[in-house]
Design a protein around this ligand. Sequence first.
Ligand SMILES: [Zn+2]
Length: 346
Amino acid sequence: MSHGPLVIAGRQVQPGSHARVDVPLPCLYTQTSVFMPVHVVHGQRPGPRLVVTAAVHGDEINGVEIIRRLLQQRALAHVRGTLLAVPVVNVYGYIRQSRYLPDRRDLNRCFPGSDRGSLAARLAATLVREVLDGATHGIDLHTGALHRENLAQVRVSLNTDARLTPLAQAFATPIILDAEVRPGSLRAVAAARNIPMIIYEGGEALRFDEVAIRAGLRGVLGVMRHLGMIPERSRRAPSKPPLVARSSLWVRANQSGVLLSLAQLGASVKKDDTLGIISDPFRPADEAVTAPDDGILIGRTNLPLITEGEALYHIARIGNRDTATGQTGDDRHILDPEDELNQSIV
Ligand SMILES: [Zn+2]
């Protein structure tokens, strides 16, 4: 059984071939042309159509490297179905080393976008039309914000689609965070089109994190195996099932100062454990920053200079063991939707 060519930006990609298609975008004010390169690995055999996107936030570059390594995998030569990989979605932010677009919009609040809207809306609409429409599954690769480091983790809204839990488990990060879909995000537009999409988070903006890159690559390949796009490995190392966090909370600074951080990402913390100490050369008294609840440390600031109210630590609550079933009403995550640094939570 064969399937037909895939058409993207007016170009046909034949089954059994790999092409890079440069999707045109609005040019720079220098009249310099701008394209969003899309790698199309179109298998000889029909199967799922998986979309993998990175740098929707232009400064989140671990995913760019994850996709580069993904495209080198020999298993892709005989892929079943189609891989559409977009190493840099927000090309404008990427070349400016910025999370945002030149108009300061966050692309991940502008989906599904519009061809007559803002630059962000036009970019969003182009991605949806040329890449997302027709996909069967999606993975969107992110990192923490500037100076914010995330433990490698999958974020997914577990109760919205029964296909999401097995995808998240196939990605096999140590922790899965049940996170609501944010309106205007790529994940939201995927959900609206009935395309199960998971988010991978790992590392921080504008930095390569080798551990997060490897975990991300392994995760994408795990999903492709789960979907039958590439063969299972003959010998699989047994891995522990991921912990599922039903909720998470941020620990904020009660005062301004200099943070001496003690807790490491991935640490299991108990209520009242000291996570760090706020100190500085101007005052005699130090203040301990303590954990308000038990959990796993999944994010933290790496910049010691902090201002009162700033979010310092992100703790995932591991409730009800690791069953990926219902979310209880009183145990929902309390991510602050207005918080700047939560903007990597999509
Ligand atoms: Zn992001």
